[in-house]
Ligand binder design. Structure first.
Ligand code: SF4
Length: 292
């Protein structure tokens, strides 16, 4: 199998076949991200992808789920994705879902007809880097799209019957903006109805523009207390049914998974319990976090 440079996948794709179709990230300029910073983006040739599919068939008897790597594999045009999905289905007729990371811009770059065609080819359950529904914060994070795009493109996925998970970050809008962010994030979650959300927490990773702006006082990170308050408010406001909350990431202040709204009360009690155990100095600080 071909893997070039670092390969990332959501923790919940641990049992999926990882098939490389691109190297690096086509955008690669998000303010906070170091994932593929030093890896130039490129697209893998179809012949190599086909060889890897055949090799995987020899290795694995039963492949239900394929995760296409790398950074934003949905950047590939529908014209490139279709033959890849067709080949996967031909070689792995048992496959149920072909998924990958996607950005809002990647969705915007496809027509409604293309989204429907890709959905028919079992491309589904995309992992979308939404990051925040707070308009100003989104612009600062330099995701390459605006909040209006986020609302519009997630709706287009709903209409194409293409399900998705999405990632967002507590603290994305910085100090003093946690409650505003929670309200906007919950609104987006309730209206766009993802299958699940994977919240992480904004961290000023070394070598990023964000780290420089934090040092220069241009961006002020949210304190730990604000992160807890944002987390609590977001969970309180989520009303969509059977939403999987994949928050068990080491970067989070309280890593936990649950189903909302079913486990809402329990989650809120747990957050309060955790806060009650911490002293004010810690809560009013910005602790170092593990990087993504
Ligand atoms: S956050 Fe995602 S889209 Fe942005 S640079 Fe990192 S990998 Fe690329």
């Amino acid at each position: 199998m071909t893997y070039t440079g670092p390969v990332f996948r959501p923790p919940w794709e641990a049992d999926s076949l990882l098939l490389q179709v691109t190297v690096g990230c086509a955008h690669n300029t998000c303010t906070f991200c170091t994932m593929y910073r030093d890896i130039p983006f490129s697209m893998d040739p179809f012949e190599q992808i086909e060889r890897d599919i055949l090799e995987a068939r020899r290795l694995y008897k039963n492949v239900k789920r394929v995760f296409l790597v790398n950074g934003d594999a949905f950047v590939l045009s529908a014209g490139r994705l279709k033959p890849i999905a067709e080949k996967i289905i031909e070689v792995f007729p048992e496959v149920e879902v072909i998924t990958m990371y996607a950005s809002i811009s990647n969705v915007k770059g496809k027509t409604d007809e293309e989204l429907l065609e890709l959905r028919k080819l079992r491309i589904n359950e995309l992992w979308i880097g939404v990051e925040t529904a707070h308009g100003k914060a989104l612009e600062y994070l330099n995701k390459g799209s605006y909040i209006e795009d986020t609302h519009t493109q997630l709706k287009r996925l709903n209409e194409a019957g293409m399900d998705f998970f999405y990632g967002f970050m507590y603290g994305a809008a910085g100090k003093g903006k946690g409650i505003e962010s929670a309200i906007e994030n919950a609104k987006l979650i309730n209206s766009s109805k993802p299958i699940g959300i994977a919240p992480t927490t904004l961290s000023a990773n070394e070598g990023t523009p964000l780290e420089r702006d934090v040092k220069d006082g241009i961006f002020i990170l949210a304190t730990e207390r604000e992160v807890y308050e944002e987390m609590k408010k977001t969970i309180e406001l989520i009303e969509t049914d059977d939403l999987i909350y994949y928050g068990a990431h080491i970067i989070n202040s309280i890593p936990f998974n649950c189903v909302l709204p079913r486990d809402k009360e329990q989650a809120l009690v747990e957050i309060d319990r955790r806060v009650s155990e911490l002293d004010d100095d810690y809560l009013d600080s910005v602790p170092a976090r593990h990087t993504i």
